[in-house]
Write a protein that binds this ligand. Structure first.
Ligand code: NA7
Length: 527
């Protein structure tokens, strides 16, 4: 059995950052990664047009000027191959490969109370022991396959977007179906339509898709970006979601009709998530304000989609903008004007089963060569609860969280000493590497503090857990939320419907953890 000070589980943005920081702090660390390479989300989601919708230069690492100088992004929003290449560059630059085990999927982790250590086993039987475990397993890493009957009888290929084969899927000339129109469906639908003989999109819920407005980084922009690392960091640090887009200052009806239209046009035409984060202050709090923006987008959809019946099917009726995580599209609505693309409304004609040749709905059978499941993830908790994690008295983390997660600052769960969670439930909603980057720095200092104090064990204080969990729900209460959305768990049948992320914003979260650190890590019990 291999023994370490710390095991980090997960080799995405959070885990690689954590590995680096803990090594720099002088700990013996091993990172276990389930994939055949590093990248986390950006390893698994290698489907056509998988792309970030944070400006990539505010999504990659900002902590090291030399790393910054050693890498140049080619587009404003990085495609999966470029992001994966960036990960490999980071690993090489900091010589991290010797500290990472790939193809190491953690099956279980058990706390040994007498020794104050975690025993961790992978699915292929490798065993590890560590004083502390830091999980960095991502919030969108446990793919959800809906229980549609007859899957084994289908003779073609079925692929989930979140488990796309490393050697790709030939789509040219194929009859393809996509089930699901969330962010992944919205990204994969246009490239499939360009390549396949035909594409049938099975839509259960229409989504509000605003343009990503990606493009190559011009020379002038590159010069600005290259010299702007600290400025970009400062911009992200100032905003609610950790994006470079300024927080809005006006409410929807502060503006006249003309001013509002001009503002909507401006956010529509700018890059990325401005539509959500630089819209109006009341967008996700006030139904009338939200409806105003939805009416604007509905007008855009009707103007793009030539068949009026298809346009109406593509306009959401059940939720407003931002009540689910809004996808960003590139030519999404335009795709439905192609003669080879069909849209099926699953509310009118639900899927009955997979057949040998394709899919059967109430409308009849359609034949396919490839069926793509863009059906999302058991988000936020799924990547943790699918491992068998056992804390004090053999208690299971999955059972503890049956009615929703309980955490202190998203960093620890009660009854799970020496287990630290980075980028998990109750961490901040926003630009993920920015938000987990703050946690990684905090966790590194915390572990160094334990070493200094000679502490063997860390637990969250019960009152602190209750207060933080309540704060997460209280913060979420005024926010308009769709019935079904992954960040409230309601996309998974039977999962507790609870807000899974902290939406008080990155600025407030950073302030809180700084305060906790200043107050001798208040809320954590060291022993
Ligand atoms: P999402 O956003 O959870 O979308 C999943 C899609 O799959 C959504 O349209 C679902 O419809 C649909 N779905 C799920 N189950 C079914 C069944 N049983 N039948 C038909 N359709 C189904 O996941 P994504 O991967 O697109 O995006 C996840 C995040 O990744 C995204 O928010 C970004 O942050 C990056 P529903 O809306 O539930 O009716």
């Amino acid at each position: 059995m291999d023994s370490y000070d710390v095991l980090v589980i997960g080799g995405g943005f959070t885990g690689i950052h954590q590995l680096l920081r803990l090594r720099q702090a002088g700990f013996s660390v091993r990172l276990l990664e389930a994939g055949g390479g590093v990248g986390g989300t950006w390893y698994w989601n290698r489907y056509p047009e998988a792309r970030s919708d944070s400006e990539i230069y505010t999504y990659g690492y900002l902590f090291d000027p030399e790393l910054w100088d050693s890498w140049q992004w080619s587009e404003h929003f990085g495609g999966q191959p470029e992001i994966e290449a960036y990960f490999n560059h980071v690993v090489e630059r900091y010589s991290l490969a010797d500290h990472i085990d790939v193809n190491a999927r953690v099956a279980n982790a058990t706390f040994d109370e007498a020794a104050n250590r975690w025993q961790v086993t992978t699915t292929d039987g490798r065993e590890y022991s560590a004083w502390l475990v830091v999980t960095a397993v991502g919030i969108l890493s446990a793919p959800y396959d809906p229980p549609i009957p007859g899957r084994e009888s289908f003779r073609g290929e079925i692929h989930h977007t979140g488990q796309w084969p490393t050697d790709g899927v030939p789509l040219a000339g194929k009859r393809v179906a996509v089930i699901g129109t969330g962010a992944s469906g919205v990204q994969i639908i246009p490239p499939i339509a360009r390549e396949a003989a035909s594409l049938t999109v099975y839509q259960r819920t229409a989504n509000w898709v605003a343009p990503l407005n990606n493009g190559p980084i011009t020379e002038d922009e590159q010069t600005w970006i290259r010299s702007g690392r600290t400025g970009l960091q400062a911009m992200c640090d100032r905003t609610f979601g950790g994006f470079m887009h300024p927080d809005p200052t006006k409410a929807t009806f502060d503006d006249s009709d003309d001013e509002r239209r001009a503002h909507y046009d401006a956010v529509w035409d700018t890059r990325g998530l401005t539509k959500l984060f630089s819209n109006y202050t009341d967008l996700v709090f006030d139904k009338a304000a939200n409806t105003e923006f939805c009416t604007y987008i509905a007008g855009r959809i009707r103007a793009i989609v030539t068949d009026p019946a298809t346009a109406e099917m593509l306009i959401p009726r059940d939720h407003g903008y931002g009540e689910k995580r809004p996808p960003m599209g590139s030519g999404y609505y335009e795709t439905f004007n192609l003669p080879t693309v069909d849209l099926i409304d699953l509310r009118a004609t639900p899927i009955i089963e997979f057949t040998e040749r394709g899919l059967l709905t109430a409308e009849g059978e359609r034949e396919f060569d490839v069926i793509v499941l863009a059906t999302g993830f058991d988000a936020v908790t799924g990547s943790l609860t699918r491992m068998d994690i056992r804390g004090l008295g053999g208690q299971s983390l999955a059972r503890l969280w049956d009615d929703g997660p309980l955490t202190y600052l998203g960093l620890q769960a009660p009854g799970f000493p020496n287990l630290i969670i980075a980028g998990g439930p109750h961490s901040t909603y926003g630009n993920v590497p920015r938000s987990t980057g703050d946690q990684v720095e905090f966790i590194t200092d915390l572990i160094a503090h334990m070493r200094e104090r000679g502490a063997k064990r860390i637990d969250p204080d019960d009152d602190a857990v209750k207060a933080w969990t309540d704060a997460v729900y209280e913060g979420a209460a005024p926010v308009l939320t769709a019935e079904t959305a992954w960040y409230i768990g309601s996309n998974i049948p039977g999962k507790a419907k609870k807000f899974l992320l902290y939406i008080g914003g990155l600025v407030e979260y950073r302030r809180r953890i700084a305060e906790v650190k200043e107050n001798d890590y208040q809320g954590f019990v060291l022993s």
